[in-house]
Design a protein around this ligand. Structure first.
Ligand SMILES: [Zn+2]
Length: 201
């Protein structure tokens, strides 16, 4: 079972002793004497270093007959940061038409703008502002194809009421102006061909 045995470096040992939350999700530690495994952040009493085994996943620890700690619940599917960021993304998904900034999102999600920006990027691989833009453009494409709203109305309805900016942003992302995009799409639909550009988000 060597594959599941990570070595206990001083760094990891320190994370355990100091209940360092930032190591949650990086590894889990099990205590040979109690047969229980924990997240690094667990507030339970630090075990003896020689009694510890490290795992990268709860499945590995369970497979070796360790039991999850009742206190830190290391088998929980999502980590706190993931829950937090998922909440922020959901908020954007349903409020993209509003005036959203990093500061607004930080306030709503009870984090500092700096921490939100970094955590969002780490988990979603885009910044919050990039995610907002992406969501708006996705909705704009939908409206251009499925509605008869003018370009200005579409911009307004997706939170991009500065029309020149909306057109520039749209073109930068799709290669077409909103009008060109709509025309291309309606031609493609008439031909019954595949929808151009919709997979290119
Ligand atoms: Zn624990």
């Amino acid at each position: 079972m060597r594959a599941s045995d990570l070595s206990i470096t001083d760094e990891k040992w320190r994370a355990i002793v100091e209940n360092d939350k930032s190591y949650d999700g990086v590894f889990l530690y099990a205590v040979k004497t109690t047969k229980i495994f924990c997240r690094p952040s667990c507030k339970s009493r630090p075990p003896k270093r020689e009694n510890i085994r490290l795992f990268t996943s709860a499945e590995q620890a369970l497979a070796e007959h360790f039991r999850p700690c009742k206190r830190c619940k290391p088998t929980g599917q999502r980590l706190p940061d993931h829950d937090w960021i998922a909440g922020v993304a959901e908020y954007v998904d349903s409020n993209y038409m509003k005036d959203l900034t990093l500061h607004v999102l930080a306030e709503i999600s009870h984090g500092s703008p700096y921490h939100l920006h970094r955590t969002f990027k780490r988990i979603m691989h885009v910044t919050p502002m990039e995610y907002i833009q992406r969501t708006r453009l996705k909705q704009a494409k939908k409206l251009l194809i499925c509605s008869h709203q003018s370009v200005a109305e579409v911009g307004e309805n997706v939170g991009l009421s500065n029309i020149p900016y909306f057109i520039t942003l749209f073109k930068k992302n799709t290669g077409y102006t909103p009008l060109q995009y709509r025309q291309l799409e309606s031609k493609a639909t008439q031909k019954g061909g595949t929808q151009h550009g919709t997979s290119n988000e």
